[in-house]
Design a protein around this ligand. Structure first.
Ligand code: SAM
Length: 280
């Protein structure tokens, strides 16, 4: 397994140590400033200043062929007004010269039910490249065609299969279960990534031995996905208890014992006779 660095410290401590143009891929989900157990709510403008400070360093360390993937949801202020965080993040990144390649919608099935608005069931991943010469390995992340037997009905390929034999582009809407109580990957962290989500980005946007960094590493999902796919990895996390879990997960990965939900497995739906469909 490749080497990794994981520090129990502020994200700036890690980023400042990295050389200019040394990182192929940054994948992260920063705190959203919504009062989760690992964060203290601060005014939105202060929060965005901190994000900008982080993003400036991320830009500096990224290679020209590199990418940045910032996964965020919504901030809700004291007047219950919602700010989709990808809007101010886009403005900062765009100002730095990063180029938005996709605004990926990560749709998941479970979460709290809202009483005063529609329940939130997606977050976004803003994928930016540093330049126009970015790494994009589409063939490593193709998904099965909906109609693999579909034939071309005209032109020189008439009668031949019309779709790519290796599968189709997974599109910019990703349906991946979030990590809730019964999920195989669940740890003590209240909002960890599913490994599949980080893995798809890593396969598509980096190559073996490249360096993949997560400045807000949580329980080390990005690091696990990177190491699983023979990339080098580095992360920082402010809470010791999450660092401990991350180290344990990496150890289990090394031993081939880390539990993860295999990619592209269909989402389980209760059978037609399940009691879940009935009320007595
Ligand atoms: C949304 S969670 C990331 C979860 C991660 N994607 C995973 O799969 O485990 C954000 C994490 O950032 C950490 N954090 C908050 N402020 C930080 C800072 N200044 N430097 C480093 N980590 C920080 C929090 O403790 C939290 O674990």
């Amino acid at each position: 397994m490749n080497k990794y660095t994981l520090i129990n410290d502020d994200r700036m401590k890690l980023l400042k140590k990295l050389k200019d143009n040394s990182v192929q891929l940054i994948i992260t989900s920063p705190p959203y400033n919504i009062g989760k157990s690992y964060e203290k709510r601060i005014p939105l403008n202060e929060y965005m200043d901190q994000q900008e400070e982080t993003l400036i360093e991320c830009y500096r360390v990224l290679k020209d062929k590199g990418s940045l993937c910032w996964q965020v949801g919504n901030y809700i202020d004291w007047k219950s007004n919602m700010t989709p965080l990808d809007i101010p993040i886009f403005n900062i990144c765009n100002g730095l010269g990063l180029k938005l390649r996709n605004r990926i919608v990560w749709h998941y099935g479970h979460g709290l039910h809202s009483h005063n608005r529609f329940s939130g069931r997606y977050e976004t991943i803003m994928w930016f490249s540093k330049s126009d010469k970015y790494t994009f390995n589409l063939d490593t992340v193709r998904v099965p065609q909906k109609y693999p037997g579909k034939l071309s009905y005209k032109g020189p390929n008439k009668g031949k299969y019309s779709g790519n034999i290796n599968g189709k582009n997974p599109s910019d809407v990703w349906i991946i279960p979030n990590v809730k109580s019964n999920h195989k990957e669940k740890t003590i962290h209240p909002c960890q990534f599913p490994i599949e989500l980080a893995e798809r980005l890593i396969l598509a946007l980096s190559n073996k031995n490249d360096l993949v960094v997560d400045p807000y590493a949580g329980v080390g999902t990005t690091l696990c996905a990177a190491l699983k796919n023979k990339r080098r990895s580095a992360g920082s996390e402010i809470k010791k208890k999450y660092i401990n879990v991350a180290k344990k997960r990496i150890k289990l990965l090394k031993q081939g014992k880390l539990k993860f939900r295999p990619s592209y497995t269909p989402i389980k739906i209760a059978g037609p006779n399940s009691k879940l469909y009935r009320r007595n």
